[in-house]
Design a protein. Sequence first.
Length: 656
Amino acid sequence: MTSATIESVLQEDRLFQPSPEFVKQANVSGMAAYQALCDEAERDFEGFWARMAREQLLWHKPFAKVLDESNAPFFKWFEDGELNASYNCLDRHLKTQPGKTAIIFEADDGKVTRITYKQLYHKVCQLANALKAHGVGKGDRVLIYMPMSIEVVTAMQACARIGATHSVVFGGFSAKSLHERILDAGATEVITADGQFRGGKEIPLKPAVDEALSMGGCEGVKNVIVYKRTGSEVGMRSPRDKWWHDVIRGQADSCEPEWVGAEHPLFILYTSGSTGKPKGVQHSTGGYLLQTMLTMRWVFDYKPTDVFWCTADVGWVTGHSYISYGPLAVGATEVMFEGVPTYPDAGRFWKVIQNHKVSVFYTAPTAIRSLIKAGADQPKKYDLSSLRILGTVGEPINPEAWMWYYRTVGNERCPIVDTWWQTETGSHMITPLPGVHAAKPGSCTQPLPGIMTAIVDETGQEVEKGKGGILVIKRPWPAMIRTIWGDPERYKNSYYPQDFGGKYYLAGDGASRDLNGYYTIMGRIDDVLNVAGHRLGTMEIESALVANPLVAEAAVVGRPDEMTGEAVCAFVVLKQSRPSGSEAHKIAGGLRDWVAKEIGPIAKPKDIRFGDNLPKTRSGKIMRRLLRSIARGEEITQDVSTLENPAILEQIKQVA
């Protein structure tokens, strides 16, 4: 084996076909229909995307040019066309379904608020007019730091309506993180709330904004709009700080949309980079909106009767694409949830599905695994018969968690769409289509029509089926990242590196493709372990560990090792209480033998550490960089303010 391919050692052969009844009613019905779309895109790439853009979007000024590749990799799509994202999400429904529920909001305490398309339109217009009264206009940047609420969607839509570029910061980030993003984006306005509720606890937000703005360099921020969510006492600095209810008072409830070019920056979303400085991923208006709509129809098989629920936070790209834009653009009814899956008990998600008759449910593997640990039989206590599609997002899902989701939540009748995409891609890229693909646990199956992917070795040569390597995207796509805000060189070097002649988008993920052409994501390239010359994807070792009946969750990282170059270090959460002493030693030995049996002796973890949980952000993302530091015995110098559970770090320093 050359060093350029990643070994795929996880054998998974189970396939689950969609039922004939599901295929019959699907928006993309059967393999022949999928293949016809793929063939159309292969045959006439620009014509395919032009047809999609004309069919899905409402254009104020039609586009004539589809794709401009003259300044690659700074691609432009539908550049001479004009439209408005908010108009496409709201105004288009006012004639056809003004009274349809747009959002069902369930608060942390269970209180439910519903808002129709017409009501949401008026709410957005009032805030848009208030922003205009503050002098915010086309191209200005507005930073949004808010809880999950109807108001956060209102704020994003209001920015889009007036042509301002929004940058949403997750409500769990620290004042320092906020400060960095305010400075980098050059924000002139901040929209926040007094606080938020999560799991029965009140978490303040406004104090973090005050601290961030006091750090210096933020003189450009003229106004801070504060939504009253918790009602707690907060300091208000006049004239800068203003209550949301005061600024919208007396504002007209209609507002003409600002027509912008398709390439106008809709938003900047910051994502962590390999260096400490966050990357401001900039997305366009036209291409981005097109693919969020298409994937709602193709991947989630959107029907007007659906109740759609994406459990992500709006602070992440999933919340942008599949809460704030995609569902509204297709006219869906969607659920928004403020709380956490285990409060007041582990039945919360299933109760929400039962109460609101959710038909399409989209969540993260991390949430699925934590719910298995909290009560694997819990879903059976609820009526989940409204469900027709299940989805996963954020990381590869291990086959055992996939099987539980399929059997226990979906009752073996709901197709699972295991979606691979990134902040940078804007929307789904590789995923099963529910009326097309036989699902394979742990595999995201095949690329969407019009998405040209490949797996290459380190020289950029495509590897044959059955082999692993580096995932790349060969052609631009409409929803793709346009640049890193204020740093075009970093964009080029990060995503179009010269290693491959600058011609392929480098996803940063390792992947393998089986003989049927199904893709499986094997973890980040920097999460590939080189153990005694064997390159192993961390996801495969994690999957093997989680397949053990004792294990609820596992994360695997590498650490330097004199003998093997790199050693496998596993952080494990058991389904029982955390062991110590000889018991921990015994269980660790059993798990090493298990991995040796499942994958091979080469993959046996050298270190196993047990914790009550893994270090996660408040959105449930495992902080792997912290695990790497712990595995290497390094002092933790990184910001841990976004951790849900900082005390875990001490626990997992102990090797069993």
